[in-house]
Design a protein around this ligand. Structure first.
Ligand code: NAP
Length: 258
């Protein structure tokens, strides 16, 4: 139980990668604030953790609204205690050629993926630095490291998350706090299910073939699991992970080799 007594906030904790991160931190003894917009999902994850002997509380927040991130961090700290781990996982994706991305869509992606990560980190960091310990883990993507067709808004947002992570890491390096980004390839979640639906809608391809196309982008010809991402987050939050700072930990089966 390496995280006993630690307080963690997982944004986007209602399903997918965030839910698995919440479960895995709680299994190691952390008290977990599970947050997202959909009450039924965050409540289900928090209930499941509590029923299996862990500690978790649901917190509803819409991080597309700039004031809600800092308010969430404050609410979690006042309810559960000072934050040890902030996992900026909430994220959204869309796809379109550059010529067809509206400013509204660009801003929608940036508000959740980038601005909320900035604002939650800014709200959590001073107390961590003051206490001389803390972990910021930003769930970026391999799209933080490479570009590809039709994902300009998403990839630009994840590149921004990585740049932000590196700067935070530099600022806190001497304080006992670390900031890192986890950069997965395709993970078996609702987000990929939506990508499959978009491919089907745009190309008329059958959905199993669309899914194969996505799997084939990995040299391992498979989707990652949320458990694999959560294991990396656990490492970053652990004492053994304290030397890892400002890194982009790529988890993609060996697709990106630089
Ligand atoms: P997901 O299943 O769609 O879950 C996303 C989570 O974020 C949900 O809990 C969602 O809950 C929450 N969220 C979305 N908009 C929000 C908002 N405005 N305010 C608060 N919470 C919000 O996606 P996932 O695959 O688990 O993705 C998690 C993270 O991993 C994202 O940052 C994503 O970019 C990244 N990632 C995913 C993949 C992949 O292949 N799946 C690969 C690389 C990186 P509500 O909708 O209820 O708010």
């Amino acid at each position: 139980m390496k995280f006993t007594g630690r307080v963690a906030l997982v944004t986007g904790g209602g399903r997918g990668i965030g839910a698995e991160i919440a479960r895995s931190l709680a299994r190691e003894g952390a008290v977990v604030a599970v947050s997202a917009r959909t009450p039924s999902e965050v409540e289900a994850v928090a209930d499941e953790i509590v029923k299996s002997g862990g500690q978790a509380r649901p917190f509803i927040a819409d991080l597309s609204q700039a004031d809600q991130g800092p308010a969430l961090v404050a609410r979690v700290a006042s309810t559960l205690g000072p934050l040890d781990f902030l996992i900026n996982n909430a994220g959204i994706a869309s796809s379109a050629p550059v010529a067809k991305i509206s400013l509204e869509e660009w801003n929608r992606i940036f508000a959740v993926n980038v601005t909320a990560t900035f604002l939650c980190t800014q709200a959590a960091l001073p107390a961590m630095v003051q206490r001389g310990s803390g972990r910021i883990v930003n769930i970026a993507s391999v799209a933080a490291r490479v570009g590809a067709r039709y994902i300009a808004a998403y990839a630009a947002s994840k590149h921004a998350v990585l740049g932000f992570t590196r700067c935070v890491a530099a600022e806190v390096a001497a304080s006992g706090v670390t900031a890192n980004a986890v950069c997965p390839g395709f993970v078996d979640t609702e987000m990929v299910a939506q990508s499959v639906s978009r491919i089907v809608a745009k190309t008329g391809m059958p959905s199993d073939q669309a899914l194969e196309t996505i799997k084939n982008q990995s040299p391992q010809k498979r989707l990652l699991t949320s458990t694999e991402v959560a294991a990396m987050v656990s490492l970053l939050c652990s004492e053994e992970g304290r030397g890892i700072n400002g890194q982009a930990l790529v988890l993609d089966g060996g697709g990106l080799l630089a």
